[in-house]
Design a protein around this ligand. Sequence first.
Ligand code: HEM
Length: 435
Amino acid sequence: MTDHDAPFAECPHSAQDVDLFGPGAPEQWYNAYDVLHREAPVLCLPGEGLTPDQDAYILTKYEDISRVVKNWERFPPTLSLLVKQIEVAGKLPQEMPDLDAMIISICSLRPTPELWRTHRQELTDPWVGPGASRHEEMITGHVDHLIDGWVHRDSVDFIKQFARPLPQRTMASILGFPLEDIAQLEIWGNAQVMSYVHGCGHNNKLTDAQTREKFRLLSGFGEYVRAKTLEKRAAPQDDMISFLTQVRYEALDRKLTDEEINGIVYAMVIGGLETTQYAIAEQAQLICERPGLFQRLKNDRSLIRIFIEEGMRLRSPTQGLSTRITSRDERFQGVDVPAGSTLHLRWGAANIDPDAFEDAKQLKLDRKAATRHLAFSAGPRVCPGAGLSRLEQTIAWNRLFDRLDDISYGADNDFLHQPGIMLGTLKLNLNITKA
Ligand code: HEM
């Protein structure tokens, strides 16, 4: 998948060999995408839809995925079925087992596409979207603090000592959590993303035992957020939770409840940690694999913007998600897809689709419209944290180029990846030369 030899898992030669979800699958993802683009750009997973008599389809073409994400009505989020079910059942989502805080708050704050947009504009944009620029100084402080910890050495465990703690510290500062709580927040954060790592198949299904374990590990998180919310409601500070306790949500013409704030915080933690970690870790590998790239970027910082976009395009952190369904019969690349089918959107493949990008597998620092990739998705549900992640990545690389003269692969890297649907390199040792 990268420029290294895949250490295990068979390289797929035809569409029948492709398995994007089994053990070792991430090591072959990029070989599999070549096969799928060539032979089966729309791959049916029989009986793997919402019910056993429905199918799921893996979409790998840029054209198809952008069409899907931009049209909510024809391709509604799978979640909207759940929201409808809850409305019809007349039950309070709080009474339903296995629903997390984020889903509960979606039911009350943004059940429709219009409210989804308002939610983003009024509640998250000022903190993690376009308004993220207010965090520049705070993020620079965290970046420098982390680099201080290892810059005097010859090597660094880049994920453990930089790429992972940076988004953890940033998110804690934004939400208004003390940095001392990060160890506990990491345990809760890992529980939240459990299905994306240990879940089975295209829709990340956890077994009943895993679901129980997830909720066991998560216990205390809701209480923690509620306690912080209470504190901040009484004495607001300059942080996102304080803001959420005070803001009037215009769409509903009222303030948010503690439970709703809990749901928004849950979404920030689930979305805001690993994704940015993976982006930065992949960018470091792209640099190590291209002699001269470190110097080129160090000497011309205006290229960092395109570099990070190309990094996310070539090695997309979120490789695929089964989050849409077809509301009517559809046809993709000549393949009929009946109404009610589940769509697995394979962002990682769409982003290297040769029909969408010239020299699709090359990192090109002069690429036109470099943000056209779908790493953050697009349309009404586009990632609300893209602004923050881009800022973190930009500051991280600017300061790394300021403080280092070079990086290269260190010892003991096996370049293996975690299971699931995220592109997560497990370990990355780098040799460094201090500036
Ligand atoms: C490189 C970093 C990131 C990548 C690649 C990424 C990617 C994505 C993708 C592909 C989606 C699905 C959108 C869809 O279904 O159409 C998504 C949704 C989401 N992302 Fe991100 N994301 C990143 C960083 C962040 C950050 C920093 C935050 C929070 C501060 C965040 C919060 C969310 C949330 C809450 C959602 C769910 C949608 C919603 O609630 O509105 N993400 N992201």
